[in-house]
Design a protein around this ligand. Structure first.
Ligand code: EPU
Length: 336
C-alpha cells in the first residue's frame, strides 16, 4: 500500500479562508493508482469521500466525517492539432494560474483572461470559472473523470457537463460520482484576444499578445482582489444575481446608477455594487469582513472557525434582500 492515510487531520492549510476544522481521514492523491486504492479503502469502510483541489472556493464550516483527499495529480502537455490549434492537457492537481502562464508562454490564445484565478486546473470546470468576458467552457473540450462506481477513467465531452454561469453537473448530480483527473482545452495560435471587457486604450496594440493580456489581467486582479496567502478569502463570495426585466426596470428607476448587464431576456446585476451601495464595503465584523477594495469578497482576518463569516454572509443576504428585493446566493461550495 503506497497511499498514506492520516486520521483526525487539520484542514487549515487546505482552504483559502484558513478555517481550522478537522477531517476524520485525510490523504493526498499523487497518481491514478493512489485514487484506485483510496476508493477501495473508502468503500470497504463505507465512509464518505470528498476530493478537493487547492480549497480556494470552499467554505468549510465544521469537522468533516469520512475521507478528505487532496487531488495532487500532476502533468501538462501541449498536443499540436493542426496549424492553428493546440490541445492543452492538464492534470487536475496542477495550479490553474501556472497552467495559464504555460499557455501564454507558448503564445496560445484562449485562457489568458483567466490569469490569477486561484485554485487547481481540476477545480476550474466544477464552477465554470470565469473572468473578463471569458469562461473555461469557451475552450474546454473534455474532462477526464474517474467514475467511483466502476472505478474506471473516461473522457466526458464539455457539452455533457451542462455548464452555465458558475455551475456544472460536477457541482450537483456528479458531485459524489465523478472525480476529475484531467482537463483538455483547445487553444489557438490565431490572434484572437478577447478584449470586450477592457477599456479602449487598455492595450498599446489593438492585438495584444496572450502574455500582454495575461499581464494586464494579473495587474487588475492584484489591485482589487486580496491574495489568499496573505488574507483569507475565496474570491467572489456571492454570485452576480440574475433578475427579470420587470424587476430590473423597477430597480433602475430607483437606482439609475445600478450596474447591470443584459442576459437574453434577463439582467445580471453586479452584486459587488449592491453590497457596496448598501454600505458594507470595508466593514469588519468580529474577525471577518468585507474587503475594502471589492465588496464581493469576504475576508477572514483572524478567525479560526467559520461561524462569524457565516453570520456576516447572512446579514448581507438579509440586508440586500431588504434594500433591493434581490436574493444573493453564495458562490463557494459548502463543506463540513
Ligand atoms: N462594483 C462596485 N463596488 C464594489 C465592487 C464592484 O461598485 O465593491 C461594481 C464595479 O464598479 C463594476 C461592477 O460592480 O461596475 C462589477 O465589478 P467587477 O468588474 O469587479 O466584477 P464582479 O462582478 O465584482 C466578476 C466575477 C469575478 C471576476 C470579475 C471580472 C462573479 C461572482 N465574480 O466580479 O470572479 O474576476 O467579474 O470578470 O461573477 C470569482 O468568481 O471568484 C471572481 C473573482
Amino acid at each position: 500500500m503506497s497511499l498514506s492515510i492520516f486520521t483526525d487531520h487539520s484542514l487549515k492549510n487546505y482552504n483559502s479562508f484558513g478555517f481550522d476544522y478537522r477531517a476524520e481521514y485525510f490523504s493526498v492523491i499523487n497518481s491514478i493508482d493512489d485514487l484506485i486504492e483510496l476508493v477501495a479503502w473508502v468503500d470497504v469502510r463505507q465512509c464518505s469521500l470528498s476530493v478537493i483541489g487547492e480549497g480556494s472556493n470552499l467554505l468549510i464550516q465544521g469537522d468533516v466525517d469520512g475521507m478528505v483527499a487532496i487531488n495532487a495529480l500532476k502533468g501538462k502537455a501541449f498536443i499540436n492539432q493542426d496549424n492553428d490549434e493546440c490541445l492543452f492537457e492538464i492534470a487536475a492537481g496542477e495550479n490553474w494560474h501556472d497552467s495559464v502562464y504555460s499557455s501564454v508562454q507558448e503564445n496560445l490564445y484562449g485562457i489568458e483572461n483567466l490569469a490569477l484565478i486561484p485554485g487547481s486546473a481540476g477545480a476550474a470546470p466544477v464552477q465554470n470559472i470565469g473572468a473578463y468576458g471569458v469562461e473555461i467552457k469557451d475552450t474546454l473540450k473534455e474532462v477526464q473523470v474517474f467514475h467511483r462506481d466502476s472505478r474506471t477513467l473516461s473522457w466526458v465531452a464539455a457539452e455533457e457537463c451542462h455548464f452555465s454561469y458558475r455551475e456544472s453537473r460536477f457541482k450537483s448530480e456528479w458531485k459524489n460520482s465523478h472525480i476529475i483527473t484531467a482537463i483538455r482545452l483547445v487553444l489557438t495560435k490565431r490572434v484572437t484576444p478577447q478584449l470586450g471587457y477592457f477599456q479602449e486604450n487598455a492595450f498599446a496594440s489593438k492585438q495584444p499578445s496572450p502574455l500582454q493580456v495575461f499581464e494586464k489581467v494579473s495587474s487588475i486582479r492584484r489591485s482589487k482582489l486580496p491574495d489568499p496567502k496573505q488574507l483569507g478569502n475565496a474570491g467572489s463570495f456571492f454570485k452576480n444575481p440574475i433578475i427579470s426585466d420587470e424587476i430590473h426596470t423597477k430597480l433602475k428607476k430607483v437606482y439609475p446608477n445600478l450596474v447591470s448587464y443584459a442576459q437574453g431576456n434577463c439582467w445580471k446585476l453586479a452584486a459587488g455594487w449592491l453590497i457596496d451601495r448598501a454600505g458594507w464595503k470595508g466593514r469588519s465584523f468580529e474577525g471577518v469582513g468585507v474587503y475594502e477594495k471589492q465588496a464581493l469578497v469576504l475576508v477572514n482576518y483572524s478567525e479560526v472557525k467559520a461561524d462569524n463569516l457565516v453570520a456576516l454572509q447572512n446579514l448581507i443576504i438579509a440586508d440586500i434582500k431588504e434594500k433591493f428585493g434581490v436574493e444573493l446566493e453564495r458562490e463557494p461550495i459548502l463543506f463540513g
